[in-house]
Design a protein around this ligand. Structure first.
Ligand code: XMP
Ligand code: MG
Length: 183
């Protein structure tokens, strides 16, 4: 039994992800030269990306994390997201970088960005490893996108199905039998 047995295909191999992470790290290092940004990871999905990315940023940055609840069907239309854990730091006057694993409808990040913008950061930028623009329901434009993803449910490198597969070093698509509960 291996986790790999559940994977139908690999969309983004480990090497491609790591190469893109190095590129984004270099881009951010240049963009924030002379600054000490606060890098905010959205747990749990962004954790692997965040951990790799900040090690490619040569800046005196600080880390913080937010935990938000996945909205239920009822709240999906309103775009209200429950904050389970807020930031530890005040962000007024600071350069803030939100790090996300994936943007789909955009509801989660629109809500988060609006929440943080009300706290008057000096700047707020959004970095997402994957962008699935097909299902977008609100206007949210990430400043940096790792990969534009197809309209498929993906797992790995932080992304889960029923909390599993986050630890895969690549991003892929599951076999349909996994969803059918016959895994
Ligand atoms: P929205 O729709 O608010 O949601 O942009 C972003 C969140 O939806 C989840 N999501 C996925 N999770 N594979 C996943 O494992 C996917 O393909 C996928 N698409 C959306 C994820 O929790 C993300 O933070
Ligand atoms: Mg997420």
């Amino acid at each position: 039994m291996s986790l790999l047995d559940d994977i139908q295909s690999v969309l983004y191999p480990e090497e491609d992800i790591q190469r893109r992470v190095r590129e984004i790290g270099a881009e951010l290092t240049e963009a924030y030269a002379g600054k000490a940004p606060l890098v905010v990871g959205v747990l749990k999905g962004a954790a692997p990306f965040m951990a790799d990315l900040v090690r490619r940023m040569d800046l005196p940055l600080e880390l913080d994390y937010m935990v938000v609840s996945s909205y239920g069907q009822a709240t999906k239309t309103s775009g209200v997201v429950k904050i389970i854990k807020d930031l530890d730091f005040e962000i007024e006057g600071r350069d803030v970088i939100i790090v996300e694993d994936i943007i789909d409808t955009g509801l989660t990040l629109r809500y988060l960005a609006d929440l943080l913008l009300r706290r008057n950061p000096r700047s707020l930028r959004i970095v997402t490893l994957l962008d699935k623009p097909h299902n977008r329901r609100v206007d949210i434009r990430p400043d940096i996108v790792g990969f534009v993803a197809p309209d498929e449910f993906v797992v790995g490198y932080g992304l889960d199905y029923a909390e599993k597969y986050r630890n895969l070093p690549f991003i892929g698509i599951l076999k349909s039998r996994v969803y059918a509960g016959r895994a």
